[in-house]
Design a protein around this ligand. Structure first.
Ligand SMILES: Nc1ncnc2c1ncn2[C@@H]1O[C@H](COP(=O)(O)OP(=O)(O)OP(=O)(O)O)[C@@H](O)[C@H]1O
Ligand SMILES: [Mg+2]
Length: 468
């Protein structure tokens, strides 16, 4: 598939049979990629460590090392390279294990070239995104779990990307992720888990608001046989099951006070007792908690323990609402368009200019989740060409009408508009008159270029008229 713009990627092929390798190498070179082939695995791994590669394709039929060692080594030497494995009759368990350890895909022989190129193309998505995101440094945190990415290019998301990488490398034992619903808290938690050494350890999650207190307690901490009437035999809780990995406590703000103290003890001593147990069990489970409530307020109201609050706040991550980082909208939209094109077998090219404006003007109360849903719906409505404003839900259009911010849009005559609105239009019109030339537009408006830039930022128009 050549649907995406051609970018040059570095690809290593190792262990493949001569003929299929030559064919694949030729086709990939034909697409403009740089290929290193004919390398022994050991050399390939060394190369991976020295130069930044985007993709490694390995034939595992005559593999001279343990597959999981191979994958772990790859991950250590090159965090970013995607890995595609090929082999004869790869068993489901092997494929599953490989995916768990970060392989992008396992393909069983015989492999048609077309299929292989398709998989390679998708496997390069992470690299492509990182590239597309531009020169703004670390913007996309791709973690090798079912090709998931934390996408963004705003300064705010860049900072989060840095924190994700630091925290995942540090093995820190508690993290609190705050942010409105749909901002990506769970995604951030998983990225921390799957980017670090914990990647091949369990990630267990539970929503603290979904169960009554006693059930939540037994789910978390487990119980001993006879602890209560129904306890016919002992059971491990999630704290134990997540040993060495992560326990993700969603909506921590809803955790009952009695359990909060038990959790605090676990965090501080790394020990806990099952319900009805008499001895402590030691664990090294990392606790990540998330909340879309103001936890400080809950603390001030006495609904959340002070000491637990401060313990969790050692590493706080705040995921901002989408409206606070509108410059992420286009890249997120294009990420979801690619994603749903693949999922739904469509070939939508993108958002029309108008539709993009609509997405930039809307407030996104449901945040990234809402954007994802909107794109999915639009792709269902429009299968091959551009997404137009009419493919977007009426909520978005209303936002637009309410803001009335589109120059030249059909608006009832004689309806008064606010000064701010008038200013926004004047700015948009001046820019369009000046063909996007900011100095010219600023002169026409009688303001400085600097002021114009501030106004563009304030009106979320930076994307339409990028700095320059
Ligand atoms: N930066 C991002 N890049 C790509 N996808 C994202 C990003 N942020 C969120 N998403 C996607 O948006 C959806 C919602 O994200 P997630 O479930 O992590 O949100 P949340 O903050 O946990 O929401 P809630 O508070 O409702 O539980 C998911 O499908 C997630 O993959
Ligand atoms: Mg969530």
């Amino acid at each position: 598939m050549t649907k995406k713009q051609t970018a040059v990627f570095k690809i290593v092929l190792t262990g493949l049979d001569k003929d299929p390798r030559a064919l694949l190498a030729r086709s990939l070179r034909g697409l403009g990629h740089e290929i290193s082939e004919n390398l022994a695995l050991e050399e390939a791994l060394k190369l991976l460590g020295r130069t930044s590669y985007d993709l490694l394709v390995v034939d595992i039929d005559r593999l001279e090392m343990d597959l999981s060692d191979l994958l772990k080594t790859c991950k250590r030497t090159s965090k970013e390279a995607a890995i595609v494995l090929v082999g004869s009759g790869i068993e489901v368990e092997t494929a599953f294990e490989a995916a768990r350890l970060g392989a992008y895909k396992c393909l069983s022989k015989p492999i048609e070239l077309e299929r292989m190129l398709d998989v390679v193309d998708r496997a390069l998505d992470g690299a492509r995104l990182r590239r597309e995101a531009g020169s703004v440094r670390q913007i996309v945190v791709g973690y090798r779990q079912a090709d998931r990415f934390v996408v963004g290019k705003s300064d705010l998301m860049q900072k989060i990307a840095e924190v994700i990488e630091k925290v995942s490398a540090s093995g820190a034992s508690t993290v609190l992720i705050q942010g409105d619903s749909g901002t990506g808290k769970e995604l951030v938690a998983k990225a921390i888990h799957f980017l670090g050494d914990t990647m091949d350890r369990p990630f267990m999650e539970i929503n603290c608001s979904s169960l009554p207190e006693n059930l939540l307690e037994s789910e978390l901490f487990g119980y001993e046989k006879g602890a209560f009437t129904d306890a016919k035999k002992s059971k491990q809780g999630l704290v134990e099951l997540a040993e060495g990995g992560t326990l993700f406590l969603d909506e921590i703000g809803e955790m009952p006070l009695s359990l909060q103290s038990k959790l605090l003890r676990l965090i501080e001593t790394k020990r806990f007792r099952r319900i009805g147990g008499v001895k402590d069990i030691e664990v090294s489970t990392r606790i990540m908690a998330a909340t879309n409530r103001d936890l400080r307020k809950a603390k001030d109201q006495g609904k959340f323990r002070d000491d637990l609050y401060f313990r969790l706040m050692v590493i706080p991550i705040y995921v901002p609402a989408l409206r606070e980082r509108k410059e992420d909208i286009p890249i997120l939209a294009s990420f979801f368009i690619d994603y749903f094109n693949q999922e739904l077998n469509r070939s939508v090219r993108g958002l029309s200019r108008e539709a993009q404006e609509v997405t930039m003007e809307y407030d996104w109360p449901g945040n990234v989740r809402e954007l994802r849903n909107v794109i999915e719906r639009a792709i269902l409505l429009e299968s091959k060409d551009l997404i137009l404003p009419e493919h977007l839900p009426s909520d978005l259009q209303r936002g637009r009408a309410a803001h009335g911010s589109i120059p030249g849009s059909s608006r009832a005559e004689g309806v008064p508009i606010s000064l701010k609105e008038a200013e926004r239009r004047a700015v948009a019109e001046a820019l369009s008159w000046a063909g996007g030339n900011k100095s010219k537009a600023a002169r026409a408006l009688g303001i400085t270029r600097q002021t114009l830039r501030q106004k563009l930022k304030a009106y979320g128009m930076v994307n339409k008229y990028p700095p320059g």
